[in-house]
Design a protein around this ligand. Structure first.
Ligand code: ADP
Ligand code: MG
Length: 707
């Protein structure tokens, strides 16, 4: 967009979404009502209704220029997948065609499933997979180079119903938490709410670089991150990028981006520069969990698509540049009833506050008992460069509560009572032993991986290119378990007030160790966490097995979120993903070093040698020690690089031939990654000394500061 084109957000918001307003306007009243019963109460969708919905959806999409439709789903690759079919049906006798789309086509699709990871699940039954319409997520029309396509959000399952995607377990986990949370609020006299849903607002970080420069780097093209690259003279040390003024070119990009997102009904809200140069963040307004997950996938797709139009490239990798801050996603999470009550909002009345404390301590228990699982939910190959690698957040899970709540928990733990609030006022709860308190959103701890921020928890471990689905599946499930156990106790209690007080105290005492309000980056915390027995899981490979640990499997099975075979298949897929990703990185390094970097250094050293000869010929007693030094040093580094390259080739070959998935992943982490670092070292040193015109690719400085 070169010229500024003005538009009214309210006019375009959701214009490409077959949303409730559109459905209400276009569907016959009876059909609209029936569809709502399916959406709200989980009733079965009959084919007759589906046919009407499909027809109207198609007509609407065609008005928007759509020629094709697709079942849009989220397989275990982390990105979305789709197979396009056109609306064109068999030609009629008069040579014309009809545009058709049936209820059957809307409800169910049969993509060729064999090309998606299944971890052996499908192989044992049949190589078929089905996509099924998730009518709780609205359909939308997407415009791109292929024209306009009607996208139908779907779940992806095997022939026998095993989940092969992120959506299915997510929806199952939402049902679980809703049921258990309703049990909990009923205990506190709430008779009006009928369901509870997680609200999620994921903040998305990303890098933007110039596309021309991006295209000159095979590492960025093939792996999404730089595998070589010396630090520029200026990095992020000046802290001048954060909230800095957004450059013109980026500003134009963001404008276009927001417009696209708004049309898709994604409520893009805030945008600002991040810590690193060329790094930015986008946050939407929070939405119901499954919608937020879909919207985050759409956001990632749109970030990339719109960048292309501006001659830019969006890097979603967690660590595109070594030595520069990486990117993550903050998963803001709370629980909201269908009538709008946030269970994580400290309340006005005594009753509400006791309920709040119970919810809070149940969450402490869930996070403490399943810390390894939450860690695993954020495990991603690229995220290994952040978690546990001296970057925010640390790999140890802990909960930050803030001073005021921390004080309340301390009182509960030390005396069994909490009668005062830190502000010094005596507040009334009706129950003498529990204080009232006010929302405390101040003093946020930026180093905490799981922080309470006023009326929500912020899970900050998720990687920037990862789906937020797993994180929310795990959160919903473990908190459902915790609620369920609390309700089992309280529903049986003779004296509810006493029982709830005792339970809150017990939960606080039992799980106090998970609370940490200090500096999560310090070595002292690592030691302290070890003393407390908190897991410190430094890599994805070590994190993955948490999915099949007995207590975690039990939680998933209890709430029908995953079966054991589904979990086992996921573990296998994750190990495979790790090995494959590092294999591509190693191969890319081998290619770049062998075909680009080493030849460039040879050219450069030849030029230096020629220059020495030329100077000597012209002036036999000239001092050429400077050139000789450079030549000597460059030649030595060239030798190191060549040796390291041969070693990397050998080690990668060896790792790739290992057949056990876990052992293979470990070898890629321990052996191949080490060999990669050994090759990078002399190459980065060479980059600092070889003449710029010889270096075969743009530098960090070029990429980070020249957008
Ligand atoms: P920060 O200071 O971390 O940027 P914000 O208040 O801007 O925090 O919110 C960040 C994200 O959290 C946004 O996506 C916002 O919509 C979301 N959010 C706010 N309140 C809630 C809530 N109650 N539940 C879930 N997400 C929320
Ligand atoms: Mg945040």
């Amino acid at each position: 967009m070169s010229e500024t084109e003005y538009f009214n957000v309210a006019d375009i918001f959701g214009e490409d979404v077959f949303n409730d307003a559109t459905m209400q306007a276009r569907l016959p009243k009876k059909v609209y009502k029936k569809l709502h019963e399916v959406m709200d109460e989980g009733k079965e969708l009959d084919l007759e209704t589906a046919d009407v919905v499909a027809h109207e959806m198609k007509e609407w999409a065609i008005e928007k220029g759509a020629t094709h439709y697709t079942h849009w789903f989220q397989p275990l690759t982390g990105v979305t997948a789709e197979k396009h079919d056109s609306f064109v049906s068999a030609p009629m006798e008069n040579g014309k065609v009809l545009m058709s789309f049936s209820g059957k086509e809307l409800i169910k699709g049969e993509p060729d499933a064999s090309s998606f990871p299944s971890g052996g699940l499908r192989a044992t039954f049949e190589a078929r997979g089905y996509t099924a319409w998730d009518c709780t997520s609205p359909a939308f029309v997407r415009h791109d180079a292929a024209g306009a396509t009607l996208c139908i959000p779907t779940a992806f399952c095997s022939y026998t119903g095993e989940a092969l995607d992120q959506k299915t377990p997510l929806l199952r986990s939402m049902e679980a938490i809703s049921e258990q949370a309703i049990r909990l609020v009923r205990l506190f006299g709430n008779t009006t709410s009928t369901s509870v849903a997680p609200s999620v607002g994921p903040e998305q970080e990303y890098f933007i670089v110039d596309r021309e420069k991006y295209l000159q780097r095979k590492d960025l093209i093939f792996t999404g991150r730089t595998l070589f690259g010396a630090m520029p003279p200026k990095g992020q040390e000046m802290d001048d990028h954060y909230f800095g003024s957004i450059r013109e070119r980026i500003a134009a990009y963001m404008r276009d981006l927001n417009k696209e997102l708004w049309k898709l009904g994604v409520s893009a809200k805030t945008q600002h520069n991040e810590v690193a140069p060329a790094q930015h963040e986008l946050a939407p307004i929070y939405a119901k969990c499954n919608i937020a997950v879909d919207h985050n996938q759409l956001t990632m797709e749109t970030l990339k698509k719109v960048a292309g139009r501006h001659g830019l490239q969006c890097l979603l990798h967690e660590k595109p540049f070594d030595g520069v801050n990486g990117s993550g996603k903050h998963n803001n999470w709370s629980l909201t009833t269908d009538d709008g009550i946030n269970l994580l909002e400290p309340g006005q009345t005594p009753h509400e506050n006791i309920q709040f404390l119970l919810v809070l301590t149940c969450i402490l228990k869930a996070v403490d008992e399943h810390a390894d699982l939450l860690r695993a939910s954020a495990a991603d190959v690229g995220n290994d460069h952040r978690l546990g690698a001296n970057e925010a957040p640390p790999a140890i899970l802990s909960v930050y509560l803030g001073d005021q709540l921390q004080d309340v928990v301390n009182q509960l733990v030390s005396t069994g009572e909490a009668t005062r609030s830190i502000e010094g006022e005596r507040l009334h709860t009706g129950v003498k032993t529990l204080p009232d308190f006010m929302k405390d959103a101040t003093d946020r701890n930026r180093t905490s991986p799981f922080a309470f921020t006023g009326n929500k928890f912020e899970f900050r471990m998720v990687g920037s290119q990862d789906s937020v689905a797993q994180a929310n599946i795990v959160l919903n499930t473990i908190v459902a378990e915790s609620f369920s156990e609390a309700c089992d106790i309280l529903e049986k209690a003779d004296n509810f007030d006493l029982a709830v007080h005792d339970l809150i105290k017990k939960l606080a005492v039992d799980h106090e160790r998970i609370i940490f309000n200090g500096d999560g980056y310090s070595d002292k915390w690592v030691e302290e966490a070890e003393r407390r027995g908190l897991p410190n899981i430094r890599s994805m490979v070590d994190a993955i097995p948490a999915y099949i640990k007995a207590n975690n499997v039990a939680a998933f099975e209890k709430f029908h979120v995953f079966t054991k075979p589904e979990l086992e298949s996921r573990v296998e897929i994750e190990f495979e993903k790790y090995a494959k990703t590092i294999n591509i990185e190693a191969k890319t390094m081998i290619d770049m070093a062998g075909k680009q970097i080493i030849p460039a250094v040879i050219k450069y050293t030849t030029a230096v040698a020629n220059s020495i000869n030329a100077v000597k010929t012209a002036m036999p007693d000239a001092d050429v020690s400077a050139q000789s030094d450079i030549l000597k040093k460059a030649s030595a580094l060239l030798g190191d690089a060549q040796k390291a390259l041969l070693k990397l080739i050998e080690i990668t070959d060896k790792a790739s031939s290992i057949s056990d998935e876990k052992a293979k992943a470990e070898s890629y982490r321990d052996d191949v990654m080490t060999a990669m670092a050994e090759l990078r070292k002399p190459v980065d040193e060479l980059e600092m000394m070889v003449g710029k015109e010889y270096w075969p690719m743009p530098s960090y400085g070029d990429l980070l500061f020249e957008v």
